[in-house]
Write a protein that binds this ligand. Structure first.
Ligand code: HEM
Length: 419
């Protein structure tokens, strides 16, 4: 079949419009109903159905290496935004933008250091961090779920995992916040776009920071993930120095700019549907189902890109070689062909969402994200007495791809002491 072109640029313009950030789902419904769309005559296609997104994520010719694109692109989005493909940038593309065999090699090394046992072992620490965050809010008598719980928790966890000293966390946050915005489709960053010079600075400073930390850890290895990756590099296990640094940057940004949204979106859903919060108070194990449904219903990552490195025929469109394909995961997660009554938050569903992607690039940090969110909502449910939303809907960040609330102010009667 040939390409569909109707409505493409219109939908895309709407997608980037900040007015849709609070509730993009009616737009996604229209996009899905319209089927695959090509943006005018451009080599850019937007796919919104569960079947199309799944087919592309599993397809061997759906690449992430941006050099396959028909429109000229740098090796990472930061390169595109930093000016003539990253003038002045140091560093190389991390595994998220690399295909096999490099991707396979890098992913295997990180997966070996990022084991389920290591993640499970973090639970007591994550619980202590969540309790400390709620203690601070209790002492102040005010709670913003985003600033007080959802953001600091994953930042501290990923920094500790990588062996970043706590004193450096504020700098890490600044770099990561700036760089997260670069994952948005390029046109979206127009108005509030970070200054390219700022991006180059943030990216180079992050790179330089991990250069320094790596140098330090080479002589004083710890039990952290970075030390294990350095050992892999030293053992000749095919991880170059630049790849090591790029991996650290990826883990750092992927490790918290997403989980913040998962915790925030889940608390928001619980405060809007309080019967689930009541169940959670009595049965902590319910958290797993609540989080899976939150990942489907309001995912932290709304879209991921792919590039067709060869023609890919789909039922509603033929992807051409070089097409940039935007996969609307958040739209696929509400596809009525897969999920009955998709606009209803129902933790009893079976898990077939695409929130963590699928196939070769399936999120490496999914077990950690699930654990952090489970602990956060269980501590919230157990300790915060009669929580109410101060403002509904809350304000949202400008980000299109990593969409989530900017703040969730919660009123409450008390925050009970940690048991
Ligand atoms: C709720 C939180 C999270 C969500 C929704 C999420 C989502 C995703 C998605 C959709 C992808 C696939 C991207 C693609 O296919 O192009 C991905 C990849 C990745 N994620 Fe996550 N992520 C989360 C948390 C984390 C955490 C906590 C870490 C690490 C500490 C992490 C590390 C990674 C890495 C390294 C990749 C690249 C994997 C590869 O290229 O093979 N993520 N994530």
């Amino acid at each position: 079949m040939t390409s569909t072109a109707s409505n493409g640029p219109g939908f895309f313009g709407e997608l980037l419009d900040p007015a849709h950030r609070v509730d993009p789902y009616p737009l996604y419904e229209r996009m899905r109903a319209a089927g695959p769309v090509r943006l005018g005559s451009m080599p850019v296609v937007v796919l919104s159905s569960h079947a199309d997104c799944t087919a592309v994520l599993r397809h061997r010719d759906a690449a992430v290496d941006r050099s396959h694109a028909a429109i000229p692109m740098g090796p990472t989005p930061v390169h595109d935004l930093a000016g003539e493909f990253g003038a002045g940038l140091t560093g190389i593309a991390p595994m998220l933008f690399r295909d096999a065999p490099d991707h396979t090699r890098l992913r295997r090394l990180v997966a070996a250091a990022f084991t389920p046992a290591r993640v499970r072992g973090l639970e007591p620490r994550i619980t202590a961090l969540a309790d400390a965050a709620l203690d601070r809010a209790g002492a102040r008598g005010a709670l913003d779920i985003v600033a007080d719980l959802a953001y600091p928790l994953p930042v501290t966890v990923i920094c500790e995992l990588l062996g970043v000293p706590p004193v450096d966390e504020p700098r890490i946050r600044e770099w990561s916040g700036l760089l997260a915005r670069t994952l948005d489709p390029i046109a979206a960053v127009g108005a509030g776009r970070p200054d390219p010079a700022e991006l180059v600075r943030a990216s180079n400073e992050l790179h330089g920071y991990f250069e320094q930390l790596t140098r330090y850890r080479r002589t004083r290895p710890g039990t952290d993930l970075l030390s294990e990756l350095i050992a892999a590099e030293a053992s000749g296990a095919a991880l170059t120095h630049d790849e090591l640094i790029a991996t650290c940057g990826l883990l750092l940004i992927a490790g918290h700019e997403t989980t913040v949204n998962l915790i925030s979106n889940t608390v928001l859903a619980l405060l809007r549907q309080r019967h689930h919060l009541a169940i959670l108070r009595g049965a902590r194990a319910f958290a797993g189902a609540v989080i899976e449904e939150s990942l489907r219903f309001d995912p932290p990552v709304h879209l991921v890109p792919r590039i067709a490195r060869a023609p890919i025929p789909l039922p509603g469109i033929d992807l051409e070689r070089g097409d940039l394909v935007i996969l609307m995961l958040a739209a696929a997660n509400r596809d009525p062909a897969v999920f009955a009554d998709p606009g209803r938050f129902d933790p009893a569903r079976h898990d077939r969402h695409l929130a963590f992607g699928l196939g070769q690039h399936f999120c490496l940090g999914a077990p950690l994200a699930r654990l952090e969110a489970t602990v956060a909502i269980n501590r919230f449910a157990a300790r915060v007495r009669r929580p109410r939303l101060s403002e509904d809907p809350p304000p949202y960040r400008a980000h299109v791809t990593l969409r989530g609330p900017a703040a969730i102010e919660v009123e409450f009667d008390a925050i009970a002491p940690a048991a």
